[in-house]
Design a binder for this molecule. Structure first.
Ligand SMILES: Nc1ncnc2c1ncn2[C@@H]1O[C@H](COP(=O)(O)OP(=O)(O)OP(=O)(O)O)[C@@H](O)[C@H]1O
Length: 769
């Protein structure tokens, strides 16, 4: 582009940066003032809390004052934190105020308007926008439109304008490094340069280079169920993070980051993506792995993790697979519900409520209460009534117990201070007589003693969900494919594990559903959006349970059916149909992302070559080395070659990841390497990714990417058939710049001879027999 144009643009950048500088100074002043004020109020607050309460009246007054001060402190701290966020956004803007420009001309106007787009909006003193936030309605023109007539959505409806020019910038520390005019969404040059950079510990935001189809995902505000099927590296995770930032902006008056929950594949991933939203000036949403979520709901039980399950997955018989498939189906969840709806009181497994080793409420009493409510009512309503009645009865028992000798003794032995503490200040002087006051104190003592009974009722401990579920398992109608002995064996296994406080993953969703459905509990009504990344790892039963647990949420599910570990691939349309049937949602939409951005062209071409429908994947044309296959004769030889590859790769990249099929292999490799130093074996509980040589099983690397990947033991023995295709594909597609496969013996048949002859992969070494 002409130098002159660049000069004009650079001088605009300089002007904007100068204005941002001024704003930084004034915001900094404001921040310091706010900080000083908060400190001052906090100081008075702490002086006040150390007041020596002597008279009760004083105490009341002080408490009201304290309430007021507490409110003030929290308002001031909030103000301070807003200013802090503003400051950090301004500092980011100063380095790179914008990345795009659009020239538009509305109908009937004779002037074109130039709008600049950046990570946040910035106005001058007159309220004129020098930079538009990338999420503003008009900014969608930058991402979606090609030159000419374009439409964009605004709160007032669809608007039309004429897009005359689209320009992209790469501005580093206030200097324009590159600028291009383009007719495309975002030109390839920008993308090339964004993708060519080496991997970092954290994922970066992609707002400067969002692609058209990714933009559809980000800006969808109408779908109640949005399913994104995207090939490996197509930006699914990136798209959801920018989508969350977009939703927070779009609904800023009604939506908080805490009302968005993301189910992520592992803890490393949570760390990896943790900087994207803050870099866009937003708070992070809630994040949880499915394992953590389930563990939390089944406290006291040792829940099989998804990772533990992967470790045993290869060894299942066909019948065991069918049993699992049934337990993971929508049908099974429907059966659970039907079973619950039709239970007679005598079929419900109530438990005694025990206090001090004796029965406080017997199961018979609980069953009688349940039975006394109208038969036509739903089981959960009758449960709720039972619960309320039990609490009523508990209160009565508390009142009766206040007269017991032990209570009177306890009161008599109390110090004055303890007695006053129990009165909680404000009650003093409000009693009609001494008896009333003593009754009040006695009630407090008994209530505290019987708190465990209250908790047992409140937490539905009078219902034995495990026995109930075991009973359901015995009665459920089986599909024809499952043989009864095999099923009964699985029921025995369930009962046996429960005795040892353990449970398999596939029983969790139906069991929790049964427990919560019966007890009318376990629902979170405050969450508004739910995101699931790597949806192919979830069963429909699990998703159905999440649907129950978060009933008010709109859903975005993302995944890649090809990356299913240890199971068969499902077509995206099948998944959507299955979900639509299971959830009965009103507005659902499927978006497919076929272009892969993560890896270089040779790596993506190789990855495509192992998939039956690989041709559908579009590679992004980023040059790089052809992947290498190192054929070795046995384990020791494999390790020797591995060390060579590591040395070679370390010369170029700060991180080299060795990915294995499972933890056993990862441990074997680690043992042989750890003497090299700077080698880390990653575990389920790890939350951070160090630099250096990393050894990890593929399930811990889900969603992550590395500069250089070494796939350990891709032999025929280790990857004998199609059932492991997803696993191999997932390993290969973690590589951004370099990929090496090491095979102990003949290479897996999943890599075809054609790939080898086409030089999609080059062989480094022949097997020495
Ligand atoms: N529009 C884009 N501009 C720049 N980089 C992008 C863009 N889209 C994706 N990327 C980059 O491509 C890589 C892969 O993206 P991401 O991890 O979001 O893909 P994914 O579909 O979730 O992958 P997978 O399913 O394989 O885990 C990341 O480094 C991301 O920053």
């Amino acid at each position: 582009m002409e130098n002159n144009e660049k000069k004009i643009e650079q001088s605009r950048v300089d002007e904007v940066v100068a204005k941002i500088d001024q704003k930084i100074i004034s915001t900094d002043d404001e921040f310091n003032r706010a900080h000083a004020e908060t400190k001052k109020v906090q100081q008075t607050y702490s002086d006040n809390t150390s007041v020596n309460y002597f008279e009760v009246d004083d105490r009341i007054e002080t408490s009201a004052e304290l309430q007021q001060q507490r409110g003030l402190v929290s308002r001031l701290t909030e103000n301070e934190s807003i200013l802090k966020t503003q400051l950090s956004t301004l500092k980011d803007l100063k380095k790179s105020p914008y990345f795009g420009r659009i020239d538009i001309q509305d109908d009937g106007e004779d002037q074109t308007e130039k709008l600049y787009i950046g990570i946040a909006s910035f106005e001058n003193e007159d309220g004129e926008f020098l930079v538009y936030d990338w999420r503003a309605p008009i900014s969608s023109v930058y991402y979606n439109g090609t030159l000419g007539e374009v439409a964009y959505d605004t709160p007032m409806g669809r608007q039309l304008t004429n897009l005359k020019k689209k320009r992209q910038f790469q501005i580093v520390d206030g200097d324009i490094r590159n600028m291009f005019d383009t007719n495309e969404t975002v030109g390839d040059e920008m993308l090339q340069s964004a993708l060519g950079e080496q991997n970092d510990e954290y994922m970066q935001n992609i707002v400067a280079t969002i692609q058209h189809e990714q933009n559809d995902i980000i800006r969808d505000t109408t779908s109640h169920l949005l399913v994104v099927q995207g090939v490996a590296g197509s930006g699914k995770t990136s798209a959801i993070l920018q989508r969350i930032a977009f939703l927070l902006y779009h609904s800023r008056d009604t939506l908080e980051a805490d009302q968005i929950i993301l189910f992520s594949p592992n803890k490393l991933f949570s760390h990896y993506i943790s900087e994207v939203l803050p870099s866009l000036g937003e708070r992070n949403m809630r994040q949880v792995t499915f394992d953590e979520f389930i563990d939390n709901r089944l406290k006291g039980l040792n829940v099989q993790s998804l990772f533990e399950r992967y470790e045993t997955d290869g060894k299942l018989t066909e019948q065991q697979r069918l049993v699992r498939g049934f337990k993971e189906s929508a049908k099974f969840m429907d059966e659970v519900q039907e079973y619950c709806d039709n239970l007679q009181p005598s079929q419900i497994f109530f438990s005694d409520i025990i206090f001090n080793d004796s029965i406080f409420f017997s199961k018979q009493e609980i069953q009688d209460i349940f039975d006394s409510f109208p038969k036509a009512a739903k089981v959960y309503d009758r449960f709720l009534h039972t619960k309320n009645e039990l609490i009523k009865r508990l209160k009565r028992r508390i009142d009766d117990e206040t007269k017991a000798d032990w209570v009177n003794d306890e009161i008599d032995q109390m110090s004055n201070e303890q007695y006053h503490d129990l009165l909680a200040g404000k009650e003093l002087g409000k009693f009609q007589n001494e008896d009333a006051e003593r009754f009040f104190i006695a009630r407090k003592i008994v209530s505290a003693r019987l708190r465990v009974v209250y908790d047992a009722i409140f937490n539905d401990n009078f219902f034995d969900a495990y026995l109930q579920y075991g009973d359901f398992l015995k009665k459920v109608d089986l599909p024809q494919t499952i043989e009864t002995p095999q099923w009964l064996q699985s029921v025995d296994e369930f009962n046996h594990s429960i005795e040892f406080h353990a449970i398999k993953l596939d029983d969790c969703a139906p069991l929790l559903y049964m427990r919560d459905y019966m007890c009318n509990s376990g629902q979170n009504n405050t969450m508004k959006y739910l995101f699931v990344d790597e949806m192919q790892d979830y069963s429909v039963a699990q998703l159905k349970y999440l649907r129950y647990a978060f009933p008010k949420t709109k859903w975005t599910l993302l995944g890649d059916s090809e990356q299913a570990l240890f199971k068969d691939v499902e077509q995206p349309k099948e998944i959507l149909d299955k979900l639509n049937a299971a959830f009965h949602v009103r507005r659902s939409r499927l978006i497919s992302l076929m272009r892969s951005y993560r890896s270089t062209l040779p790596i993506t071409n190789f990855a495509k070559s192992i998939l039956p429908n690989g041709d559908d994947i579009e590679a992004f044309t980023r040059p790089g080395d052809i992947p290498e296959l190192v054929l070795t004769s046995d384990f020791n030889d494999g390790i020797k070659q591995l060390r060579k590859v590591i040395t070679d790769q370390q010369a170029q990249y700060a991180t080299v990841a060795i990915l294995t099929k499972n933890m056993t292999e990862a441990q074997q490799v680690y043992e042989k390497l750890h003497a090299l130093g700077n080698v880390t074996l990653l575990q389920d509980a790890d939350r951070t990714l160090p630099k250096g040589i990393l050894v990890l099983p593929i399930y811990l690397a889900k969603g992550l990417e590395f500069d250089s990947v070494i796939a350990w033991d891709t032999s025929e023995k280790n990857y004998p058939d199609e059932s492991l295709l997803g696993t191999l594909y997932t390993i290969i597609t973690r590589a951004m710049h370099h990929l090496t496969l090491i095979s102990l013996g003949d290479v897996t048949p999943l890599i075809s001879d054609e790939s080898l002859t086409d030089r999609k992969i080059k062989i480094e070494k022949k097997i020495r027999k």
